[in-house]
Design a protein around this ligand. Structure first.
Ligand SMILES: *[C@@H]1O[C@H](CO)[C@@H](O)[C@H](O)[C@H]1NC(C)=O
Ligand SMILES: *[C@@H]1O[C@H](CO)[C@@H](O)[C@H](O)[C@H]1NC(C)=O
Ligand SMILES: *[C@@H]1O[C@H](CO)[C@@H](O)[C@H](O)[C@H]1NC(C)=O
Length: 356
C-alpha cells in the first residue's frame, strides 16, 4: 500500500515535470535533448551486396536513412504569425545554413534576406540548420546560434549532423515544420546561404503570375534534366546502386535556389513520406514532384551555374549584369553587401553598351 502510494506520487511528480518542461519553449537545454529516444542505426543494411566496399559517408547514410525525426533545438513557431495567418507572408525565404556560416547569415540579414514589405507584400526569413562538430566546439556553435536567435528570431535548428549528405533530411524536417506553422505562406524561396538572390525581382515576378495566392502548382529555377546518378566514387555527388538503382533522375531544379508555392511544398512533403531519402536534396525534390505527377519548369533568371559574361575583359561584378536576374550562384559576403547596394543605387545606369 505504501509502495503503491509512493509510486502514484512519483507518477504525479513526473506528470508535473513534463508539464513544466513542455511550457519552457526555446532555447531548450541540452539535458532535455539527451532524454529523447535516439533513432537507432539499421544494422541490416550491412547485408546489402557490396556494402563493405562503399565509402564511409555512404555507409553512414544507409545506416541512418530511415531516421526522419530529430529533436528541435531552436524554433520560431510564430514566424508566419501562426498557421492561420500565414497567408499574409508572400515570400518565405528558407535558407540552408550550417552553424559555422555566421558571416553569410549576417550579410543576408542586411541584404536580400532582410525581412521587409516590398511592393506591398511581406518577405520573411528563416535559416535551417543542423549541428556540426562535437564536444566543446559543438556547444560553442550551438550557443552562437542561440545568441543569433535572441537577436534575430530566424533560425530553425534540429539535432542532426549538418552534412552535405543530410541536406535532404534538413529539407524534410523543414517541410514538416512548415505544414505545422506556416502552411499558407504563398511562396517559398528555398536556397543556399551563398547565393545572390534578387528577392525584389522575385516578388515582382510572383506578383505578375495569373494566380498568385500560392494555391497552384509552382516549382521553378535552373532546370536540370536527362541526367542520372554519378557512379564514380571520387565525386561529391557519387551515388552507388545500393542507394539509387535507377540510372536516371527525374527533372529537378538546381538546389542553390528555386521558387515554389505552398501548394507544391505541401505536396512534396506528402509524397516524401513514401519515398526513401536520397542524399542529394534537389534531386529528391524532383522525385517527390514526379511521384505527384508534377514537374519543375525552367526560369531563365536562375543562374546557378554562374553567369555568362560575353567578354573576358568585362567586369565580372558589373551590377548591370545582376540587376535583372533572380538568382546567381556563389557570392562572398562582402561582394553580396556591395552588390545589393549597387543594384539599388538610383544613379546606376544600365542598358547602354558603354556600361558592359
Ligand atoms: C533496414 O535495411 C534493410 C536492408 O536495406 C531494409 O530492407 C529495411 O527496410 C530497413 N529497415 C528500416 C527500418 O528502414
Ligand atoms: C573507389 O572505387 C575504386 C575502383 O572501384 C576502388 O578501388 C576504391 O577502393 C574505391 N574507393 C572508395 C573510397 O570506396
Ligand atoms: C545524418 O545525421 C545523423 C544524425 O546526426 C547522423 O547519425 C548521420 O551520420 C548523418 N548522415 C550523414 C550521411 O552524414
Amino acid at each position: 500500500m505504501v509502495l503503491m502510494r509512493t509510486f502514484l506520487l512519483l507518477l504525479l511528480l513526473d506528470f508535473f515535470l513534463v508539464l513544466f518542461c513542455a511550457q519552457k519553449k526555446t532555447p531548450m537545454k541540452s539535458s532535455h535533448i539527451a532524454s529523447w529516444p535516439k533513432c537507432q542505426q539499421n544494422t541490416s543494411v550491412a547485408n546489402i551486396p557490396g556494402f563493405q566496399t562503399l565509402p564511409q559517408h555512404i555507409k553512414d547514410f544507409l545506416y541512418y536513412r530511415h531516421c526522419r525525426h530529430f529533436p528541435m533545438l531552436l524554433d520560431v513557431p510564430d514566424k508566419c504569425g501562426g498557421a492561420d495567418k500565414s497567408g499574409e507572408v508572400f515570400l518565405l525565404l528558407v535558407i540552408k545554413s550550417s552553424p559555422g556560416n555566421y558571416e553569410r547569415r549576417e550579410v543576408l540579414r542586411k541584404t536580400w534576406g532582410e525581412e521587409r514589405l516590398h511592393n506591398g507584400v511581406w518577405i520573411r526569413r528563416i535559416f535551417i540548420s543542423g549541428t556540426t562538430d562535437s564536444g566543446f566546439e559543438k556547444e560553442r556553435l550551438n550557443k552562437l546560434l542561440e545568441l543569433e536567435q535572441r537577436e534575430h528570431n530566424d533560425i530553425l535548428q534540429w539535432d542532426f549532423s549538418d552534412t552535405f549528405y543530410n541536406l535532404t533530411l534538413k529539407q524534410i524536417l523543414f517541410l514538416e515544420w512548415m505544414e505545422r506553422n506556416c502552411p499558407n505562406a504563398r511562396f517559398l524561396l528555398n536556397g543556399d546561404d551563398d547565393v545572390f538572390a534578387n528577392t525584389d525581382n522575385m516578388v515582382e515576378y510572383l506578383q505578375g503570375l495569373k494566380d498568385n495566392d500560392g494555391r497552384q502548382h509552382l516549382f521553378t529555377g535552373h532546370l536540370i534534366q536527362n541526367v542520372g546518378p554519378i557512379r564514380g566514387n571520387n565525386s561529391k555527388y557519387y551515388i552507388p546502386v545500393q542507394v539509387h538503382e535507377a540510372d536516371s533522375y527525374p527533372p529537378y531544379c538546381g538546389g542553390a535556389g528555386y521558387l515554389l508555392s505552398h501548394y507544391t511544398a505541401l505536396v512534396i512533403y506528402k509524397m516524401s513520406k513514401s519515398i526513401n531519402l536520397l542524399p542529394i536534396d534537389d534531386v529528391y525534390m524532383g522525385m517527390c514532384l514526379a511521384k505527384a505527377g508534377l514537374g519543375p519548369v525552367s526560369h531563365m533568371g536562375f543562374k546557378t551555374a554562374g553567369l555568362y559574361i560575353p567578354s573576358k575583359k568585362a567586369d565580372l561584378y558589373d551590377p548591370c549584369y545582376y540587376k535583372d536576374f533572380l538568382l546567381v550562384h556563389r557570392f562572398l559576403p562582402a561582394r553580396m553587401y556591395f552588390m545589393w547596394h549597387k543594384i539599388h543605387d538610383p544613379n546606376l545606369k544600365c542598358g547602354d553598351s558603354s556600361n558592359h
